[in-house]
Design a protein around this ligand. Structure first.
Ligand code: NAD
Length: 256
């Protein structure tokens, strides 16, 4: 379905980003990966699906790195057709104790990076006559939780940004949407499971159960594979008129 298209997924060396990258590659899209940590493993997983795979190590908190990554995509892949703004970090603390440098990093990586990738990639999509922009927001783009002021602010901002750009492109062949996952068991959430286990002196399994019970009525983690399938749908022709949405996959979290 996506043969001949190129997808850039930011923060795709791990977790949700890697799940989405693999799902798009299974549909035939060429992939540009980005993110820190092990790169060769994820690259090999994507390459095994028979598509062209590249990597750029842009630090998504740095606009000049982002510009270099988009230039790399233009030079090596002929542009970006599917942009998945996924890179993100978390920090948990009450607002009066929130380190200002963590606030700045979260706003830069979870929000401003999507502005920079979008402003640089959108003109090529419009010129080539097809494009998909998927912003990986969160339930925290729709509702809040205590101790996550920077994350909630950034994700609400990302949902707002999604709507504004979707309106600007409403009559074009480029669609712009956000995906709002609930709890997904990735390294980002495992840290919060570990903190809960430590705080409440319980096992890893019990900490996971308590974390889910607090917020996610299905009592099941959403998986990167499920989010990959949603991303594939949003890239399909059938989703042409899905525009400016913040689409939850949260086990009922935001239904209450
Ligand atoms: P993760 O920690 O598994 O992956 C994050 C990815 O971002 C990694 O590849 C990491 O290397 C990359 N990254 C971090 N900082 C970066 C930077 N400065 N520059 C480039 N890459 C950077 O986390 P995840 O849970 O897969 O999260 C992915 C996205 O999904 C995030 O935006 C997160 O907010 C969002 N999300 C996660 C959950 C969840 O429950 N895990 C829920 C809702 C939304």
């Amino acid at each position: 379905m996506l043969k001949g298209k190129t997808a850039l997924v930011t923060g795709s060396t791990s977790g949700i980003g890697l799940g989405i990258a693999l799902a798009l590659a299974r549909q035939g899209a060429n992939l540009i990966l980005n993110g820190f940590g092990d790169v060769e493993g994820p690259k090999a997983e994507v390459a095994a699906l028979g598509v062209k795979v590249g990597y750029h190590g842009a630090d998504m908190s740095k606009p000049s790195d982002i510009a270099a990554m988009v230039a790399y995509a233009d030079a090596e892949f002929g542009g970006i057709d599917i942009l998945v703004n996924n890179a993100g970090i978390q920090h948990v603390a009450p607002v009066q104790d929130f380190p200002p440098e963590k606030w700045d990093a979260i706003i830069a990586i979870n929000l401003s990076s999507a502005f920079h990738t979008t402003r640089l990639a959108l003109p090529g999509m419009l010129q080539r006559g097809w494009g998909r922009i998927l912003n990986i927001a969160s339930v925290h783009g729709l509702v809040a939780s205590a101790q996550k002021s920077a994350y909630v602010a950034a994700k609400h901002g990302l949902v707002g940004f999604t709507k504004a750009v979707a309106l600007e492109t409403a009559t074009s062949p480029v669609t712009v949407n956000a995906i709002c996952p609930g709890w997904v068991l990735t390294p980002l959430v495992q840290k919060q499971v570990d903190a809960l286990a430590e705080r409440e002196q319980v096992s890893n399994d019990e900490a996971k159960r308590r974390l889910l019970a607090e917020k996610q009525p299905s009592l099941q983690f959403t998986t990167p594979d499920e989010l990959g399938a949603l991303a594939v749908f949003l890239c399909s022709d059938a989703a042409f008129n899905v525009r400016g949405q913040a689409w939850s996959m949260d086990g009922g979290w935001t239904a209450v």
